[in-house]
Design a protein around this ligand. Structure first.
Ligand code: GLA
Length: 384
């Protein structure tokens, strides 16, 4: 569904729920990470792009202190009062909104009561940043409601804090940054330390980026993500550097005996992934798709073996993709434990690829897969 028709439908629903047209409509995209996984919270490099899947919010302020949110996806309504101290609450998706409202209040920016209808085409739990899309869409709506525009980096950090404090996921900065700063037809090489970005054109007409959803829902709040983060900190401390970004492969080898084997493997992933990510950005600029693909496979192997965030279904997807003619590379994307793979495929091979994957995945796992083509989209915007 196009963004325009999503916006129209969400506005119609708003009018049905609240009895008048919405004053504002905002949209924030999900993202796919081409390469650079679990590097952002190590101050490293990532190479994501936004996708044409959006969270759209239609909203208007009201004359009370109440916030009323209606989710099209779940059919639930959430309410809370902006005068009372904001805490986590039910339904769970409302926490992303609560967290962003709290962030504005802490600025301090006064947030009035408002009504909103939320719709989304970013699959929930698919590793495509549905939560960041909701946070960034909320922040974009609040900018419109309060008339206070935030600097993009400040906005991304506010949304990240909402996720830390109201959803309990100690995520890095990649998802919120991408949903705000992404550029149409480009991936972004983001240096998570300096928070600077280099746009990398993704406009080669002979290449298609395909996402495949394993339909296994990933859950990052169950502790595995936080565990990885602290294992990386342990490895960095053993190497006497602030973050793994500051360690080289050579230093890691020399320091191997100073840490548990598990911390060593986590660090090996992060250090090698940082190298792969920068190399991939150069290779994309040179349209050297064979190299990009090789780096993607290496990234997947490292996430599976050293970082242990893959799962059987993701591995099946990558193994099925590899031998198909015209496939340059495939890997899991996002936090892992389910969700999607990203696949780099020659345009003329897309038909055969889709068919082979669908059948092979169903045969191997008894599950259905969802395939869709991705083009690099712009970051969050006010549609109305
Ligand atoms: C999740 C987090 C990101 C990042 C990825 C893994 O999507 O929100 O910050 O750490 O996992 O690369």
């Amino acid at each position: 569904m196009s963004l325009e028709s999503m916006a129209e439908r969400t506005a119609e629903l708003f009018a049905r729920c609240f009895g008048h047209a919405p004053r504002w409509i905002v949209a924030a995209p999900g993202r796919v990470n081409v390469i650079g996984e679990h590097t952002d919270y190590n101050d490293g490099f990532v190479l994501p792009m936004a996708i044409e899947r959006y969270t759209v919010i239609a909203g208007d302020r009201n004359d009370s202190r109440e916030v009323t949110l209606h989710s099209v996806t779940t059919g639930e309504t959430a309410t809370f009062n902006v005068r009372e101290p904001l805490t986590r609450g039910e339904p769970s998706w409302s926490n992303y909104v609560r967290g962003v409202v709290a962030g504005f209040q802490q600025r301090p920016i006064k947030v009035p009561g408002f009504d909103a209808v939320i719709a989304s085409t970013v699959p929930f739990g698919g590793g495509l940043s549905s939560s960041a899309a909701l946070e960034v869409a909320t922040a974009t709506l609040l900018e419109a409601i309060t008339g206070e525009k935030l600097e993009p980096i400040e906005k991304a950090l506010l949304c990240q804090k909402a996720e830390h404090e109201f959803a309990g996921v100690p995520c890095g900065i990649m998802d919120q940054f991408t949903s705000i700063l992404a550029r149409e037809n480009h991936a972004l090489l983001l240096d998570c330390r300096s928070r600077t970005t280099i746009p990398v054109a993704m406009t080669d007409p002979s290449i298609t980026v395909l996402m495949i959803n394993t339909n296994v829902r990933h859950k990052l709040a169950d502790g595995e993500y936080a565990k990885r983060r602290s294992q990386c900190q342990t490895a960095a401390s053993a190497l006497k550097v602030p973050f793994l970004r500051d360690a080289s492969a050579k230093a890691l080898k020399a320091g191997r005996s100073k840490m548990e084997p598990i911390a060593f493997r986590r660090a090996r992933h992060v250090i090698s992934e940082n190298e792969r990510t920068r190399e991939a950005a150069w290779a994309i600029q040179a349209a050297d798709w064979a190299t990009v693909g090789r780096l993607m496979y290496a990234s997947h192997d490292s996430l599976r073996d050293d970082y242990e965030v893959s799962c059987q279904e993701l591995d099946v997807m990558v193994d099925l993709a590899k031998p198909i003619r015209g496939v340059f590379g495939a890997r899991m994307t996002g936090g892992g434990f389910g969700g999607c793979t990203i696949n780099l495929v020659a345009v003329e091979a897309v038909g055969e690829f889709t068919q082979t994957i669908r059948n092979g995945y169903a045969q191997a796992t008894g599950k259905k897969s969802g395939v869709f083509i991705c083009s690099a989209a712009d970051g969050a915007e006010r549609v109305q």
